[in-house]
Ligand binder design. Structure first.
Ligand code: XLS
Ligand code: NI
Ligand code: NI
Length: 451
């Protein structure tokens, strides 16, 4: 796996990242590529520290399990701490390297799938024992560093047994296996103090409607989530459950296709009290939405739980999971996050370095750049909100609704007949006013210049 390692300088085996000490804030003028220019954890913005607003998390799967493989070629990543084996020992060694990374990067959280952190065994009980063994190391490393678990989840899509899905499979025993796997992942998440538990719908969806009983699959999924809620109650897990919408990939239609579809599902199966959403940027764009749309849709219904921060590539139509560096995107994201708050959620970097960025140091460049982009977006958004620069224009735009007529309609105290007689009297509605889109876009640019 590490054939390329021979080209890199020798490393101290005790240190995974010898070339980096703790990443520090140096301010916007710094040209040090291993310093923060905007992320200043203790700096107060809108009444809270940046650290508390952003609650950054590193994803274990991309950052410590990503190999750089693509459909056209194998792995490229050089990871000197990783011997490439599927042993528990290697998993523990990898976990120590991961915590060295979290500590040096100064992120407060991480997130994992059960099978990222520990290898799958020959049987379920062997897999559980592997997970327990690695969880011991994770726990010790959490205590040593103070880094916390934002969320845990179960990988129920990689193993071939899940080819037809997990909670929506046609194979009842695979469903039972999935239930057992989530039960265990919940226990481990709780033991590690995880603040949330995520369900991303892996292979919950379909490739072909000819062979799919959609109603039955969705009923099974609803039942599955209720069992998860029941079990959490039973063991005293108080973390927030989150569903992560995505429209396609790996299946052509994922049931949790976007925020609206998820909320409709949760309402249908009487689960809205127990679940919020984990909104991912690249999933929003695959669904034909902007990130801001998905955040607003979830937020306005009190269901915004957390975000998977990444971005796609305009020219590629799949979930490329790139690190977000675009200030417009981070400003828009932070505008909505500041409006609704993140609760127990965070800004989780569900993003991977490109396969050409194969050296360990690239992991730092990727995270530092995106943390800075979100910190900058936070400052710009906070200033826009403080000055009511967008808000007051929106309020003005809807001001006709502040009239007696508007109040009557909004409070449900009128009827078609009354509205008809009003308009028959008037003959024509009041003149419209401009939407001022271009002016608003210019305002956002101005705040990017000054904030
Ligand atoms: C895949 C998802 C996945 C979830 C965790 O597209 O983003 O990584 O975040 O299962
Ligand atoms: Ni994700
Ligand atoms: Ni994704």
């Amino acid at each position: 796996m590490n054939r390329l390692a021979v080209f890199l300088p020798a490393r101290n085996p005790m240190t995974a990242f010898p070339e980096v000490t703790k990443v520090q804030y140096e301010g916007p003028q710094s040209d040090n590529p291993l310093a923060f220019r905007w992320y200043n954890p203790e700096e107060m913005v809108a009444g809270k520290t940046m650290k508390d607003h952003l609650r950054f998390a590193v994803t274990y799967w991309h950052t410590f399990r990503g190999t750089g493989a693509d459909p056209f070629g194998g792995g490229t990543m050089v990871r000197p701490w990783d011997d490439g084996s599927e042993s528990v020992e290697n998993a523990c060694q990898r976990a120590r390297a991961a915590f060295e990374f979290f500590e040096k990067l100064d992120v407060p959280y991480y997130a994992f799938h059960d099978r990222d952190v520990a290898p799958e065994g020959a049987t379920l009980s062997e897999s559980n024992a592997n997970l327990d063994a690695v969880a011991e190391v994770l726990k010790a490393e959490q205590q040593r560093t103070g880094v916390k678990l934002l969320w845990g989840t179960a990988n129920m899509f990689s193993n071939p047994r899940f080819m037809h899905g997990a909670a929506t499979t046609c194979n009842v025993e695979v469903y039972a296996y999935a239930a057992a796997q989530v039960k265990k992942a919940l226990e481990v998440t709780m033991a590690l103090g995880g603040e949330n538990y995520v369900f991303w719908g892996g292979r919950e969806g379909y490739q072909c409607l000819y062979n799919t009983d959609m109603k039955r699959e969705l009923d099974h999924l609803g039942r599955f989530f209720h069992m998860a809620v029941d079990y959490a109650k039973e063991i005293g897990f108080t973390g927030q459950f989150l569903i992560e919408p995505k429209p396609k990939e790996p299946t052509k239609h994922q049931y949790d296709s976007d925020a609206a579809a998820c909320l409709n599902f949760l309402r249908t199966y009487d689960l809205t009290d127990h679940f919020k959403l984990n909104i991912e940027t690249n999933h929003a764009t695959l669904a034909g939405h902007e990130m801001m749309h998905e955040l607003e849709y979830a937020g306005m219904q009190g269901a915004l739980g957390s975000i998977d921060a990444n971005t796609g590539d305009l020219l590629l139509g799949w979930d490329t999971d790139q690190f977000a560096t675009n200030y417009y995107l981070t400003t828009q994201t932070m505008l909505v996050l500041l409006k609704y708050g993140l609760g127990s959620g965070g800004v989780n970097f569900d993003a991977k370095v490109r396969r050409e960025s194969f050296e360990p140091i690239d992991l730092f460049h990727a995270h530092i750049g995106s943390m800075d982009a979100f910190a900058r977006g936070l400052k710009v958004a906070a200033k826009i909100i403080e000055d009511r620069a967008i808000d007051k224009i929106v309020a003005q735009r809807y001001s006709s609704w502040d009239s007696d007529l508007g109040k009557k309609i909004e409070s449900g105290n009128t009827s078609f007949a009354e509205l008809e007689s009003l308009m028959l009297d008037k003959g024509e509605a009041a003149a419209n006013t401009s939407g001022r889109q271009e002016m608003l876009e210019n305002i956002v640019n101005r705040y990017l210049d000054i904030a």
